[in-house]
Design a protein around this ligand. Structure first.
Ligand SMILES: [Zn+2]
Length: 329
């Protein structure tokens, strides 16, 4: 057994020390969900410290929702440590996830039974019932069978988001996507390609201009989308323009908009906040990210830089800058 927080096999990193300091703070010495003092676990993406029993429930939600790591046994990646350090632990995370916990709501006790515990944790993180109603964003990966707010939307809503036919009230914001550049794109003609980028969100589609004979094109072009309450991933495709035959595809990628939109909704009025990081889309083995993509407030605007490795192609990377503009109520 290794000692808690000290790794005899390698030097203790600065980040690991910071994480350890966090665990010593009083709010992080009891479980974020049931207040049990027996803390040996954390959810790296949510940024909370939790007990063994709650960690089992978190794990059952899937790593998409909660990435459970042991404080004593698991190897923590740099980005896992960053993520928890940036959230700052239980009181900060709970100030968001339990912002609208009704007075007298039965939060589970350390000795709660499995059913009580599971119900609370699902309500808190999956259904996000204790965020303000307007902040409840659900991704396609989450289960939203019991979310009243989404039931009222027809199943065709996401794919029928023309501005003309849908009232503005059903949209939650605008997304500006700057297609910055591509690099090391695949060759589709004899020696080069004439690339352009297409972005698709539901039925909305936008594309950049064609760059002639360029495998490292710089576009710096802005494309805009209106985001409905229920949205899926933003799809990106790169094509080689071909005047004679159909355009050849040069790779594709999917952009998960949820980390940015959820963070933006949770933080409210950006103009009151200084420049800071408010969220992160984590690089995983099954997404196209080259590195973790940070959501930042920059001069009152919510921005996210995204560096993608194109999928289903031999080579190519695309750099984007997203900006989120909430619709004023
Ligand atoms: Zn617990």
């Amino acid at each position: 057994m290794s000692n808690r927080y000290s790794r005899p096999d390698k030097p203790v990193s600065g980040k690991w020390r910071k994480l350890r300091e966090l665990t010593l703070r009083s709010d992080n010495r009891v479980c974020a969900d049931c207040s049990s003092p027996d803390l040996k676990w954390a959810s790296a993406n949510i940024g909370v410290f939790i007990c063994l029993k709650c960690s089992e429930v978190h794990r059952s939600l899937g790593a998409d929702i909660s990435k459970v790591l042991s404080l004593t046994l698991d190897e923590w990646s740099e980005s896992d440590m960053d993520s928890v350090i940036q959230v700052g632990g239980n009181s900060y995370a709970n100030s968001i996830y339990e912002a609208f916990l009704p007075k007298g709501y039965p939060k589970p006790k350390p000795n709660a039974n499995d059913e009580e515990r599971t119900k609370f944790i699902r309500s808190k993180y999956v259904l996000q019932e204790f965020l303000t109603p307007s902040l409840r964003i659900v991704s396609s990966k989450m289960s939203f069978q019991s979310l009243e707010s989404t039931k009222t939307l027809g199943p065709s809503f996401a794919s029928n988001s023309s501005k003309k036919t849908v009232e503005m009230g059903q949209f939650i914001g605008n997304l500006k996507v700057k297609v910055v550049r591509g690099s090391n794109l695949a060759v589709r003609d004899m020696l080069t390609s004439d690339p352009y980028v297409v972005l698709i969100l539901g039925s909305q589609r936008a594309q950049t201009t064609v760059k002639k004979s360029n495998l490292n094109p710089v576009w710096n072009e802005e494309l805009k989308f209106t985001i409905p309450q229920k949205y899926g991933p933003l799809k990106l495709q790169v094509f080689d323009h071909d005047v004679i035959s159909a355009d050849d595809i040069m790779g594709e990628a999917e952009i998960d908009l949820q980390p940015m939109i959820t963070a933006a909704m949770a933080f409210g009025n950006m103009e009151l906040l200084g420049n800071m990081q408010i969220g992160k889309w984590l690089k995983t083995s099954d997404n196209a990210l080259i590195k973790d993509s940070l959501v930042n407030i920059v001069d009152g605007k919510i921005k996210q830089e995204v560096l993608l490795k194109l999928q289903n192609v031999e080579s190519g990377e695309v750099e984007l800058e997203l900006e989120w503009m909430p619709i004023d109520e």
